[in-house]
Design a protein around this ligand. Structure first.
Ligand code: FE2
Ligand code: FE2
Length: 202
């Protein structure tokens, strides 16, 4: 799944991603970034893919007990969302320099890590793909269940939260994929509406 040339970036990022399953989130978002890149040949996969691998490394620098209170329904420290971007840019710059990336390339990657959560608009095509891939993970079964366990809410509540996030998608394709995943997840939760006794046996 990972491109050969992204493996050293992943290895460098992974040490910073063992916070609230950010490592797992990152791999799913990388998958979605690859899917979206197929629709946008003008985007630069050598910017978007390394950026996705490094975008959330900054959470490692935030006190662990405050991470889940930096976003979502129990948000107490919104300023830490900005801080994880700034820390992530510093980590990305250091690691990419060590890996021999040139200054121009590093700047392009860091430009979209910076502000990936705290800006909402499309600042460039590469930025749109990073932001949509980041969000698409939440719509996967893995994302649904992770959000559910973080905030101790029902799957139905998770789906309601996600439905409200649909207008935030920046690409048509990203939005369509999100809608499809959400509707499939909602269908699974509402099978009993049509089949009174849904068996757990297959
Ligand atoms: Fe983030
Ligand atoms: Fe993320």
């Amino acid at each position: 799944m990972l491109r050969e040339k992204d493996i050293p970036v992943w290895e460098a990022a992974r040490v910073y991603l063992d916070v609230r399953s950010n490592d797992e989130h990152t791999l799913f978002s990388y998958y979605w970034a690859k899917q979206l890149l197929d629709f946008y040949p003008d985007a630069d996969e050598d910017v978007v893919l390394p950026a996705i691998l490094l975008h959330d490394t900054g959470w490692k620098k935030i006190p662990i007990e405050k991470v889940l209170e930096s976003f979502g329904p129990n948000m107490k420290y919104p300023e830490l969302r900005r801080q994880h971007e700034v820390e992530g840019v510093a980590i990305a710059r250091e690691k990419l320099t060590e890996l021999g990336y040139n200054e121009h390339h590093i700047n392009q990657i860091c430009d979209i890590i910076d502000g990936h959560d705290t800006t909402k608009e499309a600042r460039s095509l590469n930025d749109s793909l990073l932001k949509d891939s980041d969000k698409l993970w939440r719509f996967t079964r893995h994302g649904n269940e992770t959000v559910q366990s973080w905030f101790d809410i029902s799957l139905t509540e998770v789906h309601k939260i996600l439905r409200n996030q649909l207008p935030g998608f920046l690409t048509e394709e990203g939005k369509l994929l999100a809608v499809q995943m959400l509707e499939v997840a909602e269908l699974k939760e509402s099978l009993t509406k049509y089949i009174p006794h849904v068996s757990s046996e297959r």
